[in-house]
Design a protein around this ligand. Structure first.
Ligand code: SAH
Length: 345
C-alpha cells in the first residue's frame, strides 16, 4: 500500500517536483493531512482537479481500524488492526505535563526477553513508518487532543526496524505537521549496539532509553537473550560515546523482578556500573502477566533498591504504575485477544 502518511515532507517535495508540480504542494498537502486532518483528497480544495485525481490514484489515505479500547482514569489502551489483518497496540498515558503515547514498532518481537509478553509471538514483520504515524493520528482523533510525547516502547524493538523508525520520527517531528518536539520523543532499545552507534550519527536530539534490567551479564543473559550478542560492557561503551557526541542524558530502564534482579547487591552493582555516567535510572515495578512466572518485587524491596541508588548519587525514579488494570504492559492486550497462532478469541 502506498500510504500518503509514509512520506516525509522532503519526500513529498521530491514527488511533486518529479511530476512537474511546485514543491510547495508538499506543504499544502501536509497542512491538509496533519493540521486540518481531512479524510480524503477531495477535501484538499486548493489543489487542481487533475492533481487531486492523480493523488487519489497514487496514494492511499486509509486509517487504522480500532478493534478495542480499554480506558482507566489516566490511561487508554488501543488495539488496532493493520491492513493485512495483523494487530498492534498503543497505550496513551495522561500525565500532568501532557499526553504520552507508547507506540508499537513491529508485529511481534524477536528479542525474546523472558519477562515480556510481546516476545510470545515472534516478529511477523516490521511496521512501516505510516503505520506508526497512523497510531498517533488515531489516538489524537479519539482523545480530541494533542499527543505531546511519543515513546517507542510498545511491541517490537525499534532498532530492529531502524529506517522506518527514523522516518516516523522525521514525520511526527515536522513543525509543519504533527509537530511533536524532538525532545518529547524517546526511543527505547534492548541494546542493539551497532544501531546505538548509528543513532549517534543521526544528531536528532531524540531521547535514548536502554532496557538494561540487570547489572551483570550473568543475570542479563538469563532474562534477555540479546545479551549473548551484545554484552553490558559493549552497551555502556556505546552509551558513553552517545553522551559524548550528543551531551544528552540517557535513561536506563530497570524492571524489578522478585528474587531475580532486585537484591541489595544488584543495586550496588548497578550503582557502580553507572557511576559518573550522565544518566538516570527508571525503576519499573514489573507488570505481572498470567503467562509468565516472574513476580513483581515487593514495595519495600523496590524502595530499598531506590535508596541504594540514591545514596550512590545515581539519579533515579520509580515509574508510576500505569494501566495494570487495562493490561497496559507491553504486548498484554494483544496477547489476551490472540492466541499464539494469531486467531482472535
Ligand atoms: N524493545 C524495546 C522497546 C519495547 S519494550 C526495549 O526493549 O526497550 C518497552 C519496555 O517495557 C522495556 O523496558 C521492557 O523491558 C518493558 N516491559 C516489557 N514487559 C513488561 C512488563 N510486563 N512490565 C513492565 N515492563 C515491561
Amino acid at each position: 500500500m502506498n500510504s500518503i502518511y509514509n512520506y516525509t515532507r522532503e519526500c513529498l517535495e521530491d514527488f511533486f517536483k518529479e511530476i512537474g508540480e511546485s514543491k510547495f504542494r508538499a506543504l499544502q498537502v501536509f497542512d491538509w493531512l496533519y493540521i486540518k486532518r481531512v479524510k480524503s483528497f477531495d477535501e484538499m480544495t486548493n489543489l487542481k482537479k487533475d492533481l487531486t485525481k492523480y493523488l487519489k490514484k497514487t496514494f492511499s489515505m486509509e486509517k487504522l481500524k480500532l478493534v478495542k479500547k480499554q480506558s482507566d482514569v489516566d490511561v487508554k489502551k488501543y488495539l488496532f488492526e493493520l491492513f493485512d489483518g495483523n494487530k498492534i497496540e498503543a497505550v496513551l498515558m495522561h500525565h500532568d505535563y501532557g499526553n504520552s503515547l507508547c507506540v508499537s514498532t513491529q508485529v511481534g518481537c524477536n528479542m525474546g526477553c523472558r519477562f515480556c509478553e510481546s516476545g510470545r509471538l515472534k516478529k511477523l514483520r516490521n511496521l512501516s513508518a505510516f503505520e506508526l504515524v497512523l497510531q498517533v493520528l488515531a489516538v489524537e482523533e479519539d482523545i480530541k487532543d494533542r499527543v505531546s510525547h511519543v515513546v517507542l516502547m510498545g511491541i517490537g524493538e525499534p532498532f530492529d526496524n531502524y529506517d522506518n523508525v527514523m522516518k516516523f520520527i522525521n514525520i511526527i517531528n515536522d513543525p509543519k505537521g504533527i509537530n511533536i518536539g524532538i525532545r518529547h520523543i524517546t526511543v527505547s532499545t534492548c541494546g542493539i549496539v551497532p544501531k546505538i552507534k548509528k543513532f549517534i550519527g543521526e544528531k536528532t536530539g531524540v531521547n535514548l532509553a536502554i532496557s538494561l534490567h540487570a547489572p551483570t551479564d550473568e543475570i542479563r543473559n538469563k532474562i534477555m537473550p540479546i545479551n549473548k550478542v551484545y554484552k553490558i560492557e559493549d552497551i555502556i561503551s556505546a552509551v558513553k560515546d552517545y553522551i559524548k557526541a550528543t551531551n544528552r542524558r540517557v535513561t536506563f530502564e530497570y524492571i524489578l523482578l522478585k528474587d531475580i534482579n532486585d537484591t541489595d547487591e544488584c543495586a550496588r552493582k548497578l550503582a557502580n556500573l553507572l557511576k559518573g555516567i550522565n544518566c538516570y535510572v527508571n525503576l519499573i515495578p514489573y507488570n505481572e502477566t498470567s503467562h509468565i512466572e516472574y513476580k513483581t518485587s515487593p514495595k519495600v524491596t523496590i524502595n530499598r533498591f531506590y535508596d541504594i541508588l540514591k545514596e550512590s548519587n545515581i539519579n533515579v525514579t520509580i515509574r508510576r504504575e500505569f494501566g495494570s488494570k487495562v493490561s497496559a504492559a507491553c504486548g498484554q492486550l494483544r496477547s489476551e485477544q490472540i492466541d499464539l497462532k494469531g486467531t482472535i478469541k
